[in-house]
Design a protein. Structure first.
Length: 204
């Protein structure tokens, strides 16, 4: 999974600071490694596969006792649980709807936890990416939504998702922030100096 180093974090912070000089919006960027640990779903997969093991046993040329079958089931279950703990494999076992639901929930929690709903003029904007889920969302408060349609963010989101899939999170993040800055400068230009929220990149 992509790691954003300290120099890249600082470059993002500098970029956000520069953008906020040209808009009344308060911009926050959050990068999460993943939005949930999904512990129970891989266990369910392992249990389901282990329960199906007696079916092929019926067609084997040798006889197994009930105790043997149960033992094979338990050993298979434990082996699969261990295998499915590998992050790259585990995330592929999670249904897309579940992954996106967890990531969307995390994005909204971050919007609230970073006080983007308490800015003067309701001008908070969150750029959220969850790498494991390959999920990107831009959430804007009411003061921004009155000026910028959600569809105007979609092209930036699509490009960012493609960058995350390619393992270029930092490059995608930089491109997306610049695109957000251009939109905000056009629709919500700076009318006064303010900096209500920290400009650093938040890593989870």
């Amino acid at each position: 999974m992509t790691i954003i180093n300290p120099d890249q974090q600082q470059s993002v912070a500098d970029l956000i600071t520069d953008i906020e000089q040209h808009t009344d919006a308060e911009f926050v960027a959050v990068v999460a490694r993943q939005s949930d640990d999904y512990r129970y779903i891989p266990v369910l997969w392992a249990a389901a596969i282990a329960l199906l093991i007696p079916l092929p046993v019926l067609f084997m040329p040798f006889w197994l006792t009930t105790a043997d079958v149960v033992l094979v089931q338990w050993l298979s279950f434990l082996a699969l649980v261990g295998l499915f703990r590998i992050p790259a494999l585990r995330i592929r076992l999670i249904p897309k709807a579940v992954r996106y639901g967890r990531a969307a929930n995390m994005a909204r929690r971050q919007f609230l936890e970073n006080n983007l709903h308490h800015t003067r003029g309701e001008t908070g904007v969150l750029l959220f990416v969850s790498e494991a889920e390959r999920y990107v969302e831009i959430i804007a408060d009411r003061g921004i939504n009155q000026q910028v349609a959600q569809t105007q963010w979609q092209g930036l989101v699509d490009d960012f998702v493609a960058a995350v899939k390619a393992g270029n999170t930092h490059e995608g993040l930089t491109h997306c922030i610049k695109g957000c800055g251009a939109i905000l400068q056009q629709h919500v230009p700076a009318t006064h100096q303010k900096n209500e929220l920290p400009n650093h990149l938040i890593l989870l």
